[in-house]
Design a protein around this ligand. Structure first.
Ligand code: GDP
Length: 370
C-alpha cells in the first residue's frame, strides 16, 4: 500500500511499521489520509496541528554514515552555519567525513540577527578563524539571511563555479536554517514555494532532497544533525522563540560592579566575580530582545532565582528543578562568554566571571565576535 508514498511535510518515505523511524503513520491514519489526499507522517502531522516535538531517530551515527557516503563521491560541500549559534551549528570532524579533497563552501546564515553596523568582512574573518581552529579551510565564506536572502543569486553562481561539474551536498546541524535556504533555492530555480517543512522545531528535515542542476548533477539536502547541547532542547515549544530569534539582536550593555548578577530571563545567569580595577566593568549582552535581563546582587542570587523563577525570571528551562550549573572563567583578551544556542556576553580582558546554564548546555569563552 505505502509503496512510493512520501510525506509532503518532510519528504520521508511513509511506513506503518516502526514508530521510532522517519515517515511513520499508523495504518488506520494512513488510510484516512489517502482518502483526503493529504499525506503527512505522524511527526509532521503533529508538528502542524499541535506544535509538538517528537523525537527523531536520525542519530549522529546515521549522519556520519551519510557523510561517509559523501566522502566517497566528488562533490562540493555547502556547509551552512548559524552565525548566532556558531558552536551549536558546527559539525565536529567535518573534513574527515566529507573527504579531504572535497572543497567546502561555508554559508554563515542568520546574518540579520547581528548588529547592522558590523562589517561583513570582519564577520567572515572571524568565521575563518573559528573554523581554522577546527581544521577547516573553506574555499569561500559568504554570509546570508536565508529568511530574506538578498544575495541568493550570487550564492547560486558561486556554487556553480565552485562545484565545477560536481554534485553539491548541503550539510548543517538542525536549526541553522538549512531548509529555509533550500526552499529559497527551490523557489528561485523552479518557482515552487514552501516545498519543505521549515519550522522552529529541531530535526524537521528527514530524508535527502535532491534538486536537479542544469548538467544532470544534483544539489542534495542532507538531514540536519541534532546536537544535544543546543539550548533549543532545553525549552518548551512555546519558549523556542527566545532561543531562535527573528530580529536583529539589540546589544544591551551594563556597567557592573564586582559581585553583581544578571539573570537572562530564567534561562541563564551571569556573575561578575572580579571586574576591572578602579572602574565599573562594561559587559554587553546579546540575547533575544524579549528575553528580560534582570540585575541583582550576587549575594542572595541563588535564593532570588528560587523565589522568582517562572515569575519575574521567565521563561525557565523545561526541567527547571535541576537548576543552573555554574562555570567560572577569567578572560585574557576581549572575549565572548557563550551560552550555547542562547546567546553571548562580550567581556573585556582580565575579568573573572561565572556563566550559568542547565546541565548539558555548553558554557565557554571564545574570541570576541563583535
Ligand atoms: P534547519 O533545521 O536547518 O532546516 O532550519 P530551518 O530552516 O527549519 O530554520 C530553523 C529556524 O531558524 C526557523 O525558526 C527559521 O525561521 C529560522 N531561520 C532560518 N533562516 C533564518 C535567517 O536567515 N534569519 C533568522 N533570523 N532566522 C532564520
Amino acid at each position: 500500500l505505502q509503496d512510493g508514498l512520501y510525506c509532503i511535510g518532510c519528504g520521508a518515505r511513509m511506513q506503518t511499521t516502526d514508530q521510532q523511524e522517519a515517515g511513520y503513520l499508523p495504518m488506520s491514519a494512513l488510510q484516512k489520509q489517502l482518502e483526503s489526499e493529504q499525506l503527512l507522517c505522524q511527526r509532521c502531522f503533529r508538528l502542524r496541528h499541535y506544535n509538538e516535538i517528537q523525537p527523531v531517530s536520525l542519530t549522529d551515527d546515521d549522519f556520519i554514515k551519510l557523510l561517509h557516503q559523501v566522502s566517497e563521491s566528488k562533490a562540493l560541500i555547502v556547509y551552512v552555519l548559524d552565525l548566532f549559534d556558531f558552536s551549536g551549528s558546527t559539525i565536529p570532524g567535518l573534513p574527515r567525513f566529507v573527504g579531504q579533497d572535497n572543497p567546502i563552501y561555508v554559508i554563515g546564515n542568520k546574518v540579520d540577527l547581528l548588529p547592522k553596523s558590523l562589517k561583513a568582512n570582519k564577520i567572515k574573518d572571524w568565521v575563518r578563524g573559528q573554523l581554522k581552529d577546527q581544521g577547516i579551510k573553506p574555499v569561500a565564506v559568504d554570509l546570508t539571511s536565508a529568511a530574506h536572502p538578498a544575495n541568493l543569486d550570487e550564492i547560486l553562481d558561486k556554487i556553480d563555479e565552485l562545484r565545477a561539474g560536481r554534485d553539491v551536498y548541503v550539510v548543517g546541524t538542525t536549526n541553522v536554517g538549512k531548509s529555509t535556504l533550500i526552499n529559497q533555492i527551490i523557489k528561485s530555480k523552479t518557482g515552487v514555494q514552501e516545498l519543505i517543512t521549515t519550522s522552529r522545531f529541531p530535526g524537521t528535515t528527514l530524508d535527502q532532497i535532491a534538486i536537479p542542476l542544469d548538467d544532470g548533477r544534483s544539489l542534495i539536502d542532507t538531514p540536519g544533525i541534532i546536537k544535544a547541547d543546543q539550548y533549543a532542547h532545553q525549552v518548551t515549544d512555546k519558549d523556542l522563540k527566545y532561543v531562535l530569534p527573528k530580529n536583529e539582536i539589540k546589544a544591551r550593555t551594563y556597567q557592573l560592579n564586582d559581585g553583581q548578577t544578571v539573570f537572562i530571563g530564567g534561562l541563564a545567569r551571569f556573575d561578575l566575580i572580579a571586574g576591572l580595577e578602579d572602574a565599573k566593568t562594561g559587559v554587553t549582552f546579546y540575547f533575544e530582545n524579549n528575553l528580560n535581563l534582570h540585575r541583582t546582587k550576587l549575594v542572595g542570587a541563588d535564593e532570588f532565582y528560587e523565589k522568582h523563577q517562572g515569575g519575574l525570571l521567565t521563561p525557565v528551562p523545561k526541567s527547571a528543578d535541576s537548576g543552573l550549573i555554574s562555570h567560572e572563567f577569567k578572560t585574557k583578551t576581549a572575549a565572548d562568554l557563550v551560552i550555547a544556542g542562547l546567546g553571548f556576553i562580550t567581556l573585556p580582558a582580565g575579568v573573572t566571571v561565572k556563566g550559568y546554564a542547565p546541565t548539558g548546555v555548553s558554557v565557554f569563552l571564545r574570541k570576541a565576535m563583535i
